[in-house]
Ligand binder design. Sequence first.
Ligand SMILES: NC(=O)c1ccc[n+]([C@@H]2O[C@H](COP(=O)([O-])OP(=O)(O)OC[C@H]3O[C@@H](n4cnc5c(N)ncnc54)[C@H](OP(=O)(O)O)[C@@H]3O)[C@@H](O)[C@H]2O)c1
Length: 280
Amino acid sequence: MSPIPCVTLPDGVGVPALGLGTWMMGEQRRRASHEAAALTQGLDLGMTLIDTAEMYGDGRAEEIVGLAIAGRRDDVFLVSKVYPHHAGRRSAIAACERSLKRLGTDRLDLYLLHWRGSIPLAETIAAFEQLRGDGKIVRWGVSNFDVDDLTLLFALPEGCRCATNQVLYHLGERGIEWTLLPWMRARGMPLMAYSPLGQGALLRRMELAAIASRLGATPAQVALAWLLRQRDLMLIPKAADPAHVAANRAANDVALDAAALAALDAAFPPPAGPSALAMG
Ligand SMILES: NC(=O)c1ccc[n+]([C@@H]2O[C@H](COP(=O)([O-])OP(=O)(O)OC[C@H]3O[C@@H](n4cnc5c(N)ncnc54)[C@H](OP(=O)(O)O)[C@@H]3O)[C@@H](O)[C@H]2O)c1
């Protein structure tokens, strides 16, 4: 297995391009140990970027992550997200402290605003900067921000400290290639792609299955390899099934030749023009 490449954040820190998502984990108590084991397996395979959120399972996904990272916190790049309605000057600090408790750690490597809400961005930045100053988060970023929101953010004092923007991006959802992705690349801000498998629906597309079978790979591996070859994206596929975790790790070794890339472009073209940012 070749090592997972790193993506460099604006502050120079490297993050594995292939990590682990946790949405839908923590929904059923009887599955908790199974889900924690899937995350542990991913960590053992070098997928040391974990994405979670206070929203997932009402905090129970963070507890599952806490089980998986116990005793190995320093080897993990830990991401969580604050609800927009908790993103105020004081409420974001309280929300972060609750997340830290559930995760069993003293700091997050990255704290994201889950999506834009009605609380002024300046207030959220002030809270994030206080958390950073207090060592409770190492850096912060946003999620589900289109170019107009990012432009507003970057116009605010300290707004350009934003480390990443986590958005929906996969073969079947390529709208960001028009403006958002080039905008972020021009500013050296790498993108974190969520739902890289289209929440599983992408994997049922016949065209993808045909291309994958020609390459001797699975549809999930081709979907991930197509994103990985862009070199500056962080992917956070979610898999509670250990076989899926192992297969996703192996996507790093799937080479897409010119014929495969052309076939993928033909089967999954980007939209013909700019569109509003899609959300999962
Ligand atoms: N910021 C946001 O607003 C936002 C929104 C959505 C997601 N996210 C983050 O992004 C992560 C990933 O997105 P997602 O959970 O929506 O969807 P996803 O990762 O695109 O797909 C997850 C689904 O694919 C299945 N799967 C995983 N690997 C597979 C494989 N190798 N072969 C076949 N099936 C496979 C999983 O099944 P099993 O679980 O059974 O293995 C699960 O049903 C989330 O978990 C979350 O951390 C963020």
